[in-house]
Design a protein. Structure first.
Length: 142
């Protein structure tokens, strides 16, 4: 009878062994893995077939295309600035409309509220570049 020893392993590794060993005991499974790995290591088959080479070449091309597509997915600094400027313009026009509509409907707002809104509008307007019209930002949603 072979001598038996105890080996302490992390719980995650034992779980991985138990999940994958099938009908083999833990010792048999570990022995199988070691023998298989050692056999693979000493194989002299270091050549690659033409089909395997072409397959790897295609996979590399696909990976490179995916990487290029990922780079195109992000906005540039200029696009981000245009988006911010257009958003500020939109907020300003919305506030102008809201204030004008509220005054037309006869609602009286406090003078302080109106003055604060005017200050905010002026600050938004001051952040925008002067005399620049027609800047567009296109956003693609996926």
């Amino acid at each position: 009878m072979p001598e038996k020893r105890m080996m302490i392993l992390p719980a995650e590794l034992v779980k991985k062994i138990n999940d994958n060993r099938g009908d083999l005991s833990q010792a048999e499974f570990i022995n199988f893995l070691l023998e298989d790995r050692l056999e693979e290591k000493f194989k002299d088959n270091k050549e690659i077939t033409r089909e395997e080479f072409e397959s790897l070449k295609k996979e590399i091309k696909q990976i490179l295309l995916r990487e290029a597509a990922d780079k195109e997915r992000y906005a540039t600094k200029e696009e981000q600035q245009l988006f911010q400027e257009d958003t500020k313009k939109l907020i300003k026009s919305f506030l102008d409309f809201s204030i004008g509509y509220g005054l037309e409907m006869g609602k009286k707002s406090g003078g302080n509220d109106l003055k604060e809104l005017v200050k905010k509008l002026d600050t938004l307007e001051g952040d925008l570049p002067a005399d620049e019209e027609g800047g567009e930002v296109k956003i693609k949603w996926k």
